[in-house]
Design a protein around this ligand. Structure first.
Ligand code: PLP
Length: 412
């Protein structure tokens, strides 16, 4: 009898969808690596030092002494890990961070859960159910679709629209007016292009149809914020896409996390106070899952304090780096759709073969980026994604631009 796992692999790998990432893992050199040392944004992998552009720790908080110093005192007070389900009890650190987040975002309440993925599978079904409708952007992040599909299993109807076409959303909401509640699901910033959907138009359409907009701003929080100006196109305070567009939270549930910009394992949903008790008794992770570790709560709090003091300088740096990379790519004919200097700069290289070969060449050049092939991105739209942070250096930025130019020429 064939081994059951061989049989499973025979079936699974017959589907090309499951082979492209495997190809990157086996040959791409920038997949599933182990870093043996880190110094700033340089990491050592297989004995070689790489300039790192794969981490999304946009504000560069992971190695700051002042933030790391917050961990031990918090542990002395609260221990290594709460180990309560939030349902039972939470250390006061939780509510301190929640209050600070609420102030920064300008919302009544915030509920912390370890990750956005956990929130998506707990919160989207909690907001919908039999007789309800979910209208999800086709380009929304995979974890949000996991939540949507689970909600569909639980009785919700699921529709897709494209964030660039609010009229399509309008039509779907009109055709399905009888469904209630209606939930529109979008990302605040798309994780491959760094682009922000037309959130004001989407929110406006949703309002017209009494729909709630669930916004996953995993990348936007800490980077974009209120009051953008030509000098500071990101805006200030890094308080996310809703503030960036000067919108109210009337029909918005804002979801984000700190594991990118803030280098801390904290995710949250911002909500009106009247929803808090319902969410605390219906988000699965609030009831059934483990909590955020003490160290992450401490670094989240310390990070929010650093953001208040130094956030604008760090974002200015991030902005300058991102703009330079996008311009440097374009000057060398490298295809990128980054036109807003958001710190996600993807170089389009086509096939999964090119992504794997590009990864090998970048490794040899001493550069680390995120390789993305199908199903992360559409077929033949493979990407080498660079995410510069405030902790990178000028030299590292120049190194990336030149190395990517050489890789681009080699892949032609
Ligand atoms: C848009 C978006 N949402 C959610 C996630 C997942 O977040 P978490 O790690 O908190 O589950 C990611 C991670 O890459 C993301 O890019």
């Amino acid at each position: 009898m064939a081994d059951v796992f061989d049989r499973l692999l025979d079936v699974k790998l017959a589907d090309s969808k499951n082979r492209q990432l495997l190809q990157l893992l086996e040959t791409g050199k920038l997949y599933d690596n182990v870093a043996t040392e880190i110094r700033g944004r340089k990491i050592q992998v297989h004995g070689k030092w790489l300039d790192d552009f794969a981490s999304c720790n946009y504000l560069g908080f992971d190695l700051r002494e002042d933030i790391m110093a917050s961990v031990l005192p918090a542990m002395r007070k609260w221990g290594t890990h709460p180990s309560w389900a939030r349902l039972a009890c939470s250390p006061e650190l939780y509510t301190t961070v929640e209050k600070k987040l609420s102030e920064l975002l300008g919302v009544e309440d915030t509920i912390i859960i370890p990750t956005i993925s956990l929130l998506a599978v707990g919160l989207i079904p909690a907001l919908t159910g039999k007789g309800s409708g979910i209208f999800a952007d086709r380009y929304a992040h995979k974890v949000n679709f996991d939540g949507c599909r689970l909600a569909r299993d639980m009785g919700a109807k699921l529709f897709s629209f494209t964030h660039t076409d609010p009229a399509e959303l309008d039509k779907l909401l009109t055709e399905n007016a009888a469904l209630t509640p209606k939930l529109v699901v979008v990302d605040g910033v798309l994780s491959v292009t760094g682009r922000t959907p037309n959130i004001p138009a989407i929110v406006e359409v949703a309002k017209k149809h009494d729909a709630i907009v669930y916004i996953d701003d995993a990348h936007g929080f800490g980077v974009i914020g209120e009051k953008p100006t030509p000098e500071r196109p990101y805006g200030v305070r890094g308080n996310g896409v809703v503030k960036h567009f000067g919108l109210s939270y009337d029909n918005i549930l804002y979801v984000s996390g700190m594991s990118k910009a803030y280098s801390s394992l904290v995710a949250f949903v911002a909500c009106p106070a009247k929803l808090t008790k319902y969410l605390k008794t219906n988000i699965t992770a609030y009831i059934y899952s483990g909590p955020v570790p003490t160290a992450a709560l401490a670094t989240a709090l310390a990070g929010l304090e650093v953001n208040e003091r130094e956030g604008e300088q760090l974002r200015d740096k991030m902005y300058g780096f991102s703009k330079r990379i996008a311009e440097g790519y374009r000057a060398q004919g490298i295809a990128t759709d980054n036109d807003n200097a958001f710190p996600i700069v993807s170089a389009y290289v086509g096939s999964a073969d090119n992504v794997a070969r590009g990864g090998q060449l970048l490794f040899d050049e001493g550069i680390n980026v995120t390789m993305q092939a199908y199903p992360i991105v559409p077929k033949d739209k493979g990407v080498l994604r660079a995410t510069p942070t405030a902790a990178n250096t000028e030299d590292e930025i120049e190194h990336l631009i030149k190395a990517m130019g050489r890789v681009h020429n080699a892949l032609k």
